[in-house]
Design a protein around this ligand. Structure first.
Ligand code: NAP
Length: 323
């Protein structure tokens, strides 16, 4: 979509942005920053030499290094784009090397534990403003990213109470420059909301795909052959990166367990309704859930095209048009 992001900035917001972790999110940021001219220069930092090679080959950054400590030195914005469990150890390494007045942010899917792990390693002259772009795919690595990933998606900022507002506003401008809509929240609120909208659905998908794979009465080839019955839509989510999701569940334990408790209770109600032939309960629940999908489509967060926009060969309609 060529002009989806609009016109690039005439004057960049930052001198040099340091991105640590050039996977799906980090490489999408690099591409978006370049395309929208949000920084004069980008330093790409990744522990994996193969990732660094790929980033250089794709010409995504001005400087590429495996050394986080030296890489962040000249940056006025540094973003941690690594699995949430790696944020604390990285902060310990880079903390002493961050320049005065630098903004440090992250993109982690969990916020409270990242704040707890990162903050103790930061000097007072650094502004730590956590963020979470609610955008992604099931793919990983530097080749998976694209500049429009954040377009029309939400990015949640969870600044601390004592944040310097001008710095928070600058980070907001940055995300808006990438096409995102920005929302402010406390870290605790973020973790509770995302537990139900993202973490629980991933856990359910991982579980249901695992259960189907372990079945003995229905063969695996049958599961795959007839997957269009609903199963394949869970497999997309269940193909998400195992390291990232292990860290999400280990770091948002309390909120996920609370939501899992609620989910299990509601599931038991449906189980009971099926057992006792209570069609009214089933019908009412399914009617309520259908309305929720409608509101997601109305808010532009999903396509209204049938079957998630998967097109049949004879379908000539535009899948982006709401029906
Ligand atoms: P990814 O594609 O797996 O990329 C992560 C990159 O970080 C990899 O290249 C990894 O190298 C590197 N890395 C790991 N530890 C490092 C360290 N200590 N120092 C330097 N580099 C390191 O992951 P992603 O999907 O972009 O996710 C990154 C973050 O974004 C996570 O915190 C996740 O919660 C968040 N997020 C993800 C999504 C999504 O849909 N994927 C959406 C929103 C937010 P190796 O390959 O060698 O480990």
């Amino acid at each position: 979509m060529p002009d989806q992001l609009g016109t690039p900035l005439q004057t960049p917001l930052f001198q040099r942005v340091g991105l640590i972790g050039l996977g799906l999110i980090g490489s999408s940021l690099a591409r978006g920053i370049k395309r929208m001219n949000l920084a004069h220069a980008i330093t790409a930092i990744d522990a994996d030499p193969h990732v660094c090679e790929r980033v250089s080959a794709l010409n995504m950054a001005d400087t590429v290094t495996q050394d986080a400590a030296s890489g962040v030195k000249d940056c006025d914005l540094v973003i941690l784009c690594v699995p949430v469990g790696a944020c604390g150890p990285l902060a310990k390494i880079i903390g002493p090397h961050l320049q005065p007045d630098c903004i440090l942010s992250d993109v982690g899917s969990v916020k409270s534990s990242v704040v707890q792990a990162v903050e103790p390693h930061l000097p007072d002259h650094v502004h730590f403003i956590p963020a979470h772009p609610v955008a992604g795919t099931e793919y990983s690595g530097p080749d998976a990213g694209f500049s429009t990933l954040f377009h029309n998606r939400w990015c949640i900022l969870t600044p601390p109470d004592n944040v310097v507002q001008s710095k928070a506003d600058l980070l907001k401008d940055f995300w808006e420059g990438l096409g995102a809509n920005v929302e402010w929240m406390t870290a605790q609120r973020h973790d509770l909301v995302l537990a139900v909208t993202s973490h629980l659905p991933h856990l359910i998908a991982y579980n249901i795909v695992g259960t189907a794979a372990d079945l003995e009465t229905v063969t695996q080839s049958e599961v795959i052959k007839f997957s269009a019955g609903g199963f394949r839509d869970f497999t997309r989510i269940a193909a998400s990166d195992p390291t990232m999701w292990r860290d999400v569940f280990l770091n948002n334990k309390q909120a996920v367990l609370e939501m899992l408790g609620r989910f299990t209770e509601d599931l038991a109600l449906l189980q009971r309704a099926i057992r006792w032939g209570d069609g009214e309960t089933l019908f009412n629940t399914f009617t309520r859930t259908r309305a929720i999908r409608r509101s997601i489509i109305d808010l532009g967060q999903e396509t209204a095209a049938p079957d998630f926009g998967r097109r049949s060969p004879d379908d000539q309609t535009d899948p982006s048009v709401k029906r």
